[in-house]
Structure formats: C-alpha cells, structure tokens
Design a protein around this ligand. Structure first.
Ligand SMILES: [Zn+2]
Ligand SMILES: [Zn+2]
Length: 277
C-alpha cells in the first residue's frame, strides 16, 4: 500500500525564535492537522536543555525550558492526535542539547546535526572553511556522533532534513557527491538498526533536476538500508500550512514509498488515536 500522508511531526510554534508569529499557536496547528485530515501532528520548537553544559557554544538559550513547555497542555481531537516534541541541536563540540530528564518530558525528539548556518553555535567561524570537502567531513562526523549515543531512545528520535542547512545550494550537489555510497550505506544501516526516523522535509525539495538527483540519492540509500520515514512540514508561519501536504505527496512519489516505509513511531501513535487513548 502506498505511504499514506497522514501526519506532520515537525512544526514550530510562536515560541521558536525563528517564528515569533502569534498566529502560529497551538490551536492553529491542530486546525491545520484537521483541515488536512492528518491523524497526527507534533510541535517541535527549538530547545536547548540548560542542564547540558554547552561550553562556549550556546544556542537557543532564549527559549529556555519554561518557555518551551509553556505551550502545554496541547489541545486534542478524536480525529487528530497532537504530540509534544522539540527540535534539538548539536553544538560545535558535538554536544546534543538534551538529557535523560528532558527526553522523558516529551513524546519524541528531532535531532538537527546539520544546522551549519548557525555560526559559533554549530560551527566555529574562525576555523570553518565553507568548502564542500570540509562541510562533508564535519557533517558526517556529527551524524555519527549522534548515532553513537547508545543511551538514546532512538525509536522516538528523528534525524531532521539530511540535506538542508549544510551549505549553499550552489555547492550542494558537489557536497552531497562527496559522500560515497558506502559511507551513506553504513550511516543509514546504523540508523535503521537503531530505529531512528528519517525526515522528509516539505521545505526542501529542489526544482533543479541536477540538484534533485543529488538530494534524492542519500534518501534512496536510506530506504534501501531499511530506514523508516516521517513527514515534516517545518512550518514557522501559517502560510506554509497550505503547501505541506502537496510536498509530502511529492516526496512519497519521488521515493516510491509504501506504508511499510513509515516510521513505526508514527504508526503506533495513530493506532493509539484509533484505540481512543
Ligand atoms: Zn531545522
Ligand atoms: Zn525546524
């Protein structure tokens, strides 16, 4: 059966500093889910847990735990379950901004290892040549560092937008081309073994055929290695809600996804909705 577009697990609310849009409230997020007949939505504001030592590379401190949690309680509907999550970064010391305690506070967590545009937080600009070679090695090291956290509850953790925010689009084809098939196979086989969800981000499907081909290769390898996928609108403002479903359908077609390619975390949550819990 073809992969059913029935969820969006990556949505920012007004709490995220990159949204700060009062219209992007919890009621609007649930309404978006219901309008699109999604059975599952999740809010994932940026967050850094202050119990985690960030050294000299801080980020998202202005969100803070209190502000991040201020969206609770989330409204629920019999037709659409609404989960609480976070988009958590890894800083330039390969420290991820969550601890066990905060992991326990949320339904799931999205880990962004690739926000290389966040200067000084994620990259040290004084030692960061933005060349495809450097970016590729730097990013691959970060992805491996995330997967090396054996203590993480990977079955409820997602890896966000693999190809976004790592380098400008003019150098993206070259940068992605530097990842060998073997490196990607090893990486995604490890992700598949651990049960990490692989994100398909609605904002990041390129139009240029050459760029699209380069972008699709890692996801095709992920699929071949047995990785499971979740859908991510990554909306920061309500306008984005209008196009996400179409983009999700596009991803499903591009990768030829079946229901069996869906991240089990999504399926389990939708089953809970059907069972009325
Ligand atoms: Zn992101
Ligand atoms: Zn995001």
């Amino acid at each position: 059966m073809r992969y059913i577009v029935d969820h969006d697990l990556h949505i920012h609310s007004k709490i995220s500093p990159c949204s700060r849009d009062d219209r992007q409230c919890k009621e609007a997020i649930l309404a978006y889910g219901l309008t699109n007949r999604f059975k599952l939505v999740g809010v994932t504001d940026h967050f850094w847990d202050l119990n985690v030592d960030y050294g000299d590379a801080p980020g998202w401190l202005d969100v803070g735990e209190e502000r991040w949690r201020s969206i609770l309680p989330l409204p629920q509907s019999k037709e659409c379950r609404f989960l609480f999550g976070a988009e958590v970064d890894m800083n330039r010391h390969q420290t991820t901004g969550i601890c066990e305690r905060t992991l326990g506070m949320m339904d799931y967590t999205l880990i962004s290892t690739g926000h290389l545009h966040l200067k000084n937080f994620v990259t040290d600009v004084s030692k960061f040549p933005r060349t495809p070679e450097f970016v590729k090695e730097y990013y691959l090291g970060r992805l491996k560092a995330f997967l090396a956290h054996e203590e993480y509850p990977f079955e409820r953790m997602g890896m966000t937008h693999f190809h976004s925010c790592i380098i400008g689009e003019d150098k993206l084809v070259q940068t992605l081309g530097l990842f060998s098939d073997e490196e990607l196979e090893e990486l995604f086989a490890d992700a598949a073994r651990k049960g990490v969800g692989v994100e398909l981000n609605a904002e990041s499907i390129p139009n240029n055929p050459e760029v699209l081909e380069a972008v699709l290769r890692p996801y095709q390898i992920a699929k071949n290695q047995g990785c499971k996928f979740y859908l991510a609108g990554d909306a920061h403002h309500p306008e984005a809600f209008r196009i996400t479903k179409e983009m999700f359908e596009h991803w499903v077609d591009l990768l030829g996804l079946q229901e069996s390619d869906k991240w089990p975390f999504v399926t389990e949550q939708i089953e809970k909705l059907s069972a009325g819990n």
